[in-house]
Design a protein around this ligand. Structure first.
Ligand code: SF4
Length: 338
């Protein structure tokens, strides 16, 4: 046995175990790769909610061969969208608070599993608001992990963390990325053989203005107490009618099926009878005038071909209501679209 062998064995047993926040984006994949390259054991944490698109991260984790822990973040993110202590980004995205709370939640899992640290793919100054030095410090303070938050991609520009001090992670093998250029990440992606990754922030509906219009309307009229209404924002065209009722119109067969599935006890469901047309859902129903307008809308978006009237079937999902009305298809609804 050579002199160096025992030392290598000892270093291997000293390697840390970390949980890395995983969005599936390039930076989160690189954070896993950089840590794994130095022999650290890494598992990924994916947060789920009505606002996050999770297909891409699941596929990316499979491609990387990293174990994925899914954590439901719905209540947390809804509370932050209702009251974000550090405010919003460009849309309804409370990024600073969201990041801090995700890290805090991952920290709870770290303690439960007996792991050593939480990692993220944050890069210093990559985003002017949410990843400048002050924001990173705020996130670290609010996440309260006591030095166990590691940012492998910019670690060399930040304070030494506890796992580095404990020798569980080798600081010299971490990176010092800084700024908005994506070139170093592209080079690293090529080096690690990463080919597929979604665009930065592309996986979060809270950054999309069209989605946020619907979300702001829900916040104002109904609040976030009913999570099903939040999930519903992902399906169909949404309208707020003059009497205050909400209706959602299917855009295609998939939407129509989703709306039928989503129909709850207090809701009304409509579809055209004598012409092909969309399914329309009125969550919570509405006053007679709004119900009539919704039926006219359902007819207008159907294939009515200039017919003077169209029959619309109205079904009360949770009660014995099943009637057909004959309405005039009138296309004057655009101003009510969210
Ligand atoms: S983009 Fe969305 S998921 Fe990402 S930190 Fe901001 S609010 Fe959270």
């Amino acid at each position: 046995m050579s002199d160096t062998e025992p030392q290598v064995t000892r270093r291997e047993t000293l390697r840390g175990r970390g949980l890395s926040l995983f969005s599936g984006g390039l930076d989160s994949q690189l954070a896993v790769c950089v840590l794994r390259e130095q022999g650290v054991h890494v598992e990924a944490v994916l947060f789920t909610s009505p606002f996050f698109k999770n297909d891409a991260p699941v596929k990316a984790a499979e491609a990387l061969g990293v174990k994925l822990h899914k954590m439901d973040f719905t209540d947390d993110i809804l509370a932050l969208v209702a009251h974000p202590p550090h405010g919003f980004g460009g849309a309804l995205n409370p990024c600073i608070d969201c990041h801090a709370l995700m890290i805090r939640r991952a920290g709870e899992l770290m303690v439960k599993l007996g792991y050593d640290f939480v990692a993220t793919g944050e890069v210093l100054n990559q985003r002017p608001m949410s990843q400048n030095r002050r924001s990173l410090d705020t996130v670290e303070k609010d996440a309260a992990l006591g030095g166990r938050l590691l940012r492998p991609l910019s670690a060399l520009l930040l304070e030494t963390t506890t796992p580095e001090k404990e020798g569980l992670v080798t600081r010299e093998l971490l990176l010092g990325l800084n700024g908005r250029s994506r070139k170093p990440q592209m080079e690293l992606a090529a080096r690690y053989g990463l080919r597929e990754y979604p665009s930065p922030a592309g996986g979060c509906l809270l950054t999309e203005s069209g989605f946020c219009r619907k979300l702001a309307d829900l916040k104002e009229h109904d609040g976030f107490a009913c999570v099903n209404l939040v999930w519903l924002l992902r399906t169909g065209r949404h309208f707020r009618l003059p009497g205050g009722a909400k209706c959602v119109l299917g855009r295609d067969a998939r939407d129509n099926a989703e709306l039928k599935k989503a129909c709850g006890e207090a809701d009304l469901l409509m579809h055209t009878v004598d012409v092909p047309g969309p399914t329309l859902l009125m969550p919570g129903g509405g006053a007679a005038e709004d119900v009539n307008l919704a039926a006219e809308m359902c007819a207008a978006y159907g294939d009515s071909k200039e017919r003077p009237s169209v029959t619309v079937k109205i079904t009360g999902c949770g009660r014995d209501e099943n009637r057909a009305v004959s309405v005039r298809p009138r296309a004057f609804f655009v101003g009510w679209m969210l």
